[in-house]
Each structure stands twice: as C-alpha cells, then as structure tokens.
Design a protein around this ligand. Structure first.
Ligand code: NAP
Length: 355
C-alpha cells in the first residue's frame, strides 16, 4: 500500500458497484494512488455479469477497461479486500455491512443504515475527524463501520462547521433543491420530474435535522467510553427534488451565538481547513469551502465541480431579517456528497492506522 509511500496499492471492494454512487466510486478509485479496485458486488440481477455489461453507465467517461472486464460478485460476506466501500441500497446495507465488519473488514458506507448507531462515526473529515475514535466501542474486533452522512448534510456541515468554531450556532433553517441523481438509478419518473418540482423526499428532512447535530456534536468521555453529544441547536429542513442532474443547492439561514460581520463570516469559511488538508490526503480539496462572488451564484451547473466536486461552493451571504444571516451553498451530491466523501473518510482511516 502506498499510503505511507510504498509502491503497492491496497485492494478494496465496492459493494453496490453498479448503482449511481457505486459508479462514482469506481470512477474515482480508478486512478487512486492508495487504493485499487479488486472486487465489485451488486444484486443477484447483476452478479456473474461483466461489470461493463451489468452497470448502466451514467458518467461521461467510460468505465476503466480493466474494471469493465471484471465479473460482478454477489453481495455476500466472502470478500478478499479488507477495506470495503458500500454503495448498497439502504434496504439491504445494514446486515451486510455488520456481517463484513464482524469478519474483520473495515466498511466505509454511504448507506443510512448505521449512521445513527452510537458507536459509528458519521464522518465529514474536515469537520469531525475526532469522531473516528468511536470505532473502539464497536463490537467487531479488528473490523469497523464508518459512515458518510446524507449528501445534503455533508454540504451543510462543511459550511456550518467553520461558523460553529468561530461564532457558535443557535438556529439553522435550510431549504434544499436536490438533484435527481440523489435518488439513484432509474430514480424518479420523468413524468414526475420534467417541468416540475417535487416538494418531498422521503426521510430527507429528518436526516438533515438529525445527522447535522451528530456531525457537529462533541466527543465526550463517559463511563462506557467515548460518545458523541449532539450539537445543542435546532435545524429545520425543507427538501425539494428539482430537475437538475447533479448538485444539491441549499438556501440556509442561521442565527449565530455571537453576532459577526459579513466579512468575518466569509473569512471563517476561507480560512477553514481540517485534518485532510493537514495530512494532504489524496482526495482532500485544497480548501473545503469556496466563497463564490456574484449575485446569482453558486449554481449547480457552474459550481458543483469546484475542486473536482470535493469542496462546497458558498455565496450570497447577506443579512436575514428573521435569523441574522443567510446564504446559498452548492455541493456535488454523488462526489463530495457520497463517493468522494467516502473515499476521503477511508483515506483518513488509513492515515490514522485503522486499516
Ligand atoms: P442505486 O443507483 O439504486 O444503486 C444501488 C446499488 O445497490 C446497485 O449496485 C444495486 O445493484 C445494489 N443492490 C440493490 N439491491 C440489492 C440487493 N438486494 N443485494 C445486493 N445489492 C443490491 O442507489 P445509489 O444512488 O447509488 O445509492 C447507493 C447508496 O448510497 C444508498 O444507500 C443511498 O441512500 C446512498 N446515497 C446516495 C447518494 C446519491 O446522491 N445518489 C448520496 C448519498 C448516499 P443492481 O444494479 O444489481 O440492482
């Protein structure tokens, strides 16, 4: 493995490799300096097929030839690689991931199944790298489960983290305009989506309201070991599906605990960096939060790819007569909000010696 400078890459498995997030994982891992895709799994519908035939490829560049020729394995707990990325449908992810962890695998998951387990880190590496210590509480021996938050929560917490650090937070209100790729493939019927906005995404508002508080929570030592005390403010979310391919836009209003000038807030975002930047992890954006000037920015099409889709674009910071301040953010939901975010979590786990 070359995470510490060697020449051999660490073999990894991708579960749910044929789906929308699985494809992003395959594509981002193709040239990864530390990791090499060694196993791909999906449902019984795909198992046994050549990956290039099983995956209905949705990305502009074709799958790498070596990976396209690999056979898709059934999603069963008999995998060689120790490090496993899960992009499984949440309906099946929970028990599969737990069984793999029991067998000694380190599972980095995009699925919601284990996100709120008390002993599972819900990781946004720039914001809460210290939450990785929770894995010591897990009953899996040398195995572990680490999770990536919901795609909207990742963008929101990257923007809120610097504000919590610099000024404290009292209240957050967020309205999301979420891309169709967030619903996987084939996702939402075109008859529902064309010429339309759907003001409901099952479970999404609850995830934003709860996961944000876990990510921004504080590790405390208790008699039973470390646990995360949820952040002490409230989040209210309204989530909408809009006819955009990739990139979630979020309209955010906040009440800060200490009032701050617009310049100071912008300065906190621009100065923000975390452990991935200090460790120079391969997938880390140079700066996790980019402020975009212009009264009509950020926009999904123009700003979702900032720093290869790994940073969040923030803009239109202005006073809010109800909350104090308001702004807009855009985050790439399948890159930073899923596959790229999971790879960054895995890089942190490797750098910290967990794998
Ligand atoms: P998707 O496109 O529907 O892909 C689901 C994957 O799971 C496919 O590879 C599918 O294989 C596999 N699968 C389905 N049923 C299975 C079963 N019974 N056994 C084994 N494999 C099975 O979904 P997605 O959008 O990529 O999302 C994957 C996960 O990431 C979900 O948990 C989702 O909530 C989460 N997530 C998604 C996003 C996003 O922006 N899309 C963001 C954050 C998190 P087949 O192709 O063989 O059916």
């Amino acid at each position: 493995m070359s995470g510490s400078g060697g020449s051999r890459r660490m073999p990894v498995a991708v579960l749910g490799a044929t789906g929308s997030v699985g494809q992003r994982l395959v594509s981002l891992l193709a040239d990864h300096p530390w990791f090499e895709v060694a196993a791909l799994t999906a449902s019984d519908r795909s198992a046994g097929k050549r990956y290039g035939d099983a995956a209905r490829w949705l990305l502009p560049d074709p799958p790498p030839a070596r990976i396209a020729d690999m056979a898709v394995l059934p999603t069963e707990p008999a995998l060689e690689p120790r490090l496993v990325f899960s992009a499984l449908d949440a309906g099946v992810a929970g028990p599969v991931e737990a069984e793999l962890a029991r067998q000694g695998h380190v599972v980095v998951s995009n699925a919601r199944s284990h996100r709120l387990d008390a002993d599972v880190p819900l990781l946004v590496p720039e914001v809460n790298a210290d939450h990785l210590c929770l894995v010591a509480q897990q009953p899996y021996g040398s195995g572990a489960i680490v999770t990536n938050p919901n795609c909207s929560t990742i963008g929101l917490t990257l923007a809120l983290g610097p504000l919590v650090d610099a000024f404290g937070l009292e209240r957050v209100h967020v309205v999301t305009l979420q891309a169709v790729s967030g619903a996987g493939y084939p996702g939402i019927s075109s008859l529902d989506m064309v010429d339309n906005v759907v003001p409901f995404i099952a479970g999404e508002e609850e995830k934003l309201e709860v996961e944000t508080l876990k990510v921004l929570g504080t590790v405390r030592d208790g008699s039973a070991g470390p646990h995360v005390a949820a952040a002490p403010f409230r989040v209210s979310a309204q989530c909408n599906r809009v006819p955009v391919l990739d990139g979630h836009l979020e309209c955010v209003s906040v009440t800060l605990a200490r009032d701050a000038a617009l310049d100071a807030i912008r300065g906190a975002w621009e100065a923000f960096c975390g452990e991935p930047q200090a460790l120079e992890l391969p997938s880390a954006p140079r700066r996790p939060v980019h402020y975009v000037d212009g009264n009509d920015r950020p926009q999904p099409r123009l700003d979702r790819d900032v720093e290869r889709g790994m940073a969040v674009a923030v803009g239109r910071l202005r006073p809010c007569p109800l909350f104090g301040h308001k702004f807009i953010l855009v985050t790439h939901n399948t890159v930073r909000g899923a596959a790229g975010g999971a790879i960054l979590c895995a890089e942190l786990a490797v750098a910290r010696g967990l794998v």
